[in-house]
Design a protein around this ligand. Structure first.
Ligand code: SF4
Length: 227
């Protein structure tokens, strides 16, 4: 597998936010989101065998716990990723998979919690989600929308309603996009959409979604990688 980094940190997003988590960040992405803060994953990385990745996870978190597979787009390496996820599940890790849903998700093991990041228009990758993947969603999965403006919010609100997402999955997450040039202050000034404004829209519209902030951006300096 081509791996950018494996590290332990605090899970910053989803309903698992706040929990210790080992992140396995795979190299390569087929999208180019305008606000992407992971461009360093597009190239480079190093080759590792599935067994080596598993062993690195075990050394960072020997007693099980949470592992997130992320990227880049992890499903570009499906052939090796599926066996890795199966091995981690067999070793009693709780496995999260962060994916855009652009690649087919049918082969993801059922016990893996999929966190599907449906791209909104402001990302400039707005049509990338494969609607056939809606059928792969399970009650423990989560769907996330990263929002940079009002148009993104309206897209996410309509998509959530049209596809009855709140009845299909464990959580629908609305999260303000963060500026990829963010540095210094650990506060909401780096959010492309003011969380207060988003909260007011969500309350006004009774949206069945959870407002999420990227917790790690408020714990560590926002430009830091590997946290
Ligand atoms: S899918 Fe993720 S890694 Fe790829 S460009 Fe978009 S934000 Fe960046």
């Amino acid at each position: 597998m081509q791996i950018t980094e494996i590290y332990k940190s605090i899970q910053g997003e989803s309903t698992y936010a706040g929990l210790p988590c080992v992140f396995v960040r795979l190299t390569g992405c087929n999208l180019r989101c305008s606000w992407c803060d992971s461009e360093y994953t597009f190239t480079g990385g190093h080759r590792m065998m599935v067994e080596e990745v598993e062993s690195e996870v075990e050394s960072l978190s020997p007693n099980g716990g949470l592992v997130e597979i992320t990227g880049g787009e992890p499903m570009l390496q499906e052939r090796e990723l599926v066996p890795l996820m199966e091995r981690l599940l067999a070793s009693r890790y709780n496995v999260l998979l962060e994916t855009s849903g652009e690649r087919p998700l049918a082969r993801v093991p059922r016990a893996v919690v999929k966190i599907v990041d449906v791209k909104c228009p402001g990302s400039e990758e707005g049509d990338s989600f494969d609607l056939e993947n809606l059928e792969t969603l399970l009650p423990h999965d989560e769907v996330k929308f990263v929002l940079s403006d009002r148009a993104d919010y309206e897209f996410a609100r309509e998509f959530t309603a049209r596809h009855h997402l709140s009845r299909r999955v464990n959580a629908v997450l609305f999260s303000p996009a963060f500026s990829k040039q963010a540095s210094g202050a650990r506060d909401t000034t780096h959010c492309l959409l003011d969380p207060q404004e988003l909260a007011e829209w969500m309350l006004m519209d009774c949206v069945p979604a959870r407002l999420g902030l990227q917790m790690h951006k408020f714990i560590w300096s926002p430009e830091l990688k590997g946290v």
